[in-house]
Design a protein around this ligand. Structure first.
Ligand code: SAH
Length: 252
C-alpha cells in the first residue's frame, strides 16, 4: 500500500451523457476530484457528486489553457497526495487529447494509470450524420488527422484522401482554406465531396455538404464554429446520392 491515488484518463465522448461508457459514468459519479477540459458538456459534469471538486483546465476568455506541464504537475501532485483523479477529456483521451503525454508523465512519477475510452468526435459525428467512415463500395481506408495551424504545412497527407479513402480532419475549421489547397496540390479532385459536421452528436448539430474546392467558402458562408470536423471522401455524398436517385424516380 503506497497511498498513491490512481489517475483515470476518461473519455467523455462527443457531448451528451448517454454517449458515455458505463465505466466513464461510474467513475464520474464516484470521483472526488475531476480535472476536465473545456469541451465537456455541462450535462456530463452534472453527473458528478455535489461534494466532488471540479477543476477546469480550459481556455477561458482572456486566460489561456493551463500549460500541459502544469496540468501534468496538478494530476501527479493530487495522486501522490493519495487522491484518485478523474481526468476527463472530450471524445477519446488518446485521440488528439494529449492523454498519451499525461499518462507518460504519471507513469514516470510512479502514479498508476487507467484509461477509459470514449467515443471520438469522428465516430460520434459519423453516426449522427449517417456518414459511413468505411463502405464496401466507397472507402476501405479511414485516417484521422489534426488540421491546426502548427505544423500543417510540414505534415505529409499524400495518399490519405482520394478515391476509396476517407479523411477525417480534427481542429481544421480555421485552416480550411490551407487544407483545401494542400489536398488539391497533392492531386485531389476539386469536386471531391466533403462534409463539415459542427457540434456533432449534440442537439445543435449542423451537417454541411459541399465539394473540396468550395470548402473554404462553405465554412465562411455558414460561419462554422468549433468544435467541428471536416470529412473528405465519397462516403460523405452517399446519402445525397440516394436521395437524388429517389427524387429522380419520383419525377418519372
Ligand atoms: N479527444 C477528442 C479530440 C480533441 S481535439 C476526440 O477524441 O474527439 C478537439 C477537436 O475535436 C475539435 O477541434 C473538433 O475538430 C473535434 N471535436 C470534438 N468534439 C466534437 C463535436 N462534438 N463535434 C465535432 N467535432 C468535435
Amino acid at each position: 500500500m503506497t497511498g498513491t491515488g490512481t489517475l483515470y484518463l476518461v473519455g467523455a465522448g462527443p457531448g451528451e451523457p448517454d454517449l458515455l461508457t458505463l465505466r466513464a459514468a461510474r467513475l464520474i459519479e464516484s470521483a472526488e476530484l475531476i480535472v476536465h477540459d473545456g469541451l465537456i458538456d455541462p450535462q456530463v459534469l452534472a453527473l458528478a457528486s455535489p461534494e466532488a471538486q471540479l477543476i477546469s483546465v480550459a481556455k477561458r476568455r482572456a486566460h489561456h489553457t493551463l500549460p500541459q506541464d502544469e496540468i501534468n504537475a496538478l494530476l501527479i501532485r493530487s495522486a501522490c497526495a493519495g487522491q484518485d483523479v478523474v481526468r476527463l477529456k472530450g471524445g477519446d483521451p488518446l485521440v488528439f487529447g494529449r492523454g498519451g503525454e499525461e499518462a507518460e508523465a504519471a507513469r514516470a512519477a510512479g502514479v498508476p494509470v487507467e484509461i477509459v475510452p470514449g467515443i471520438s468526435a469522428a465516430n460520434g459525428a459519423a453516426a449522427a450524420a449517417q456518414i459511413a467512415l468505411t463502405h464496401r463500395d466507397a472507402s476501405s481506408i479511414v485516417t484521422f488527422v489534426a488540421g491546426q495551424c502548427k505544423g500543417l504545412s510540414d505534415q505529409d497527407w499524400r495518399g490519405l484522401a482520394g478515391k476509396g479513402r476517407t479523411l477525417v480532419i480534427y481542429m481544421g475549421v480555421k485552416t480550411a482554406p490551407q487544407i483545401a489547397e494542400k489536398l488539391m496540390e497533392d492531386g485531389l479532385a476539386p469536386d471531391m465531396p466533403v462534409a463539415v459536421i459542427e457540434n456533432a452528436a449534440r442537439p445543435q448539430m449542423r451537417v454541411l455538404r459541399g465539394l473540396l474546392a468550395g470548402l473554404p467558402e462553405l465554412v465562411e458562408r455558414k460561419q462554422v464554429i468549433s468544435p467541428a470536423l471536416i470529412v473528405i471522401g465519397e462516403v460523405t455524398a452517399r446519402e445525397d446520392a440516394a436521395v437524388a436517385a429517389l427524387a429522380r424516380e419520383d419525377a418519372r
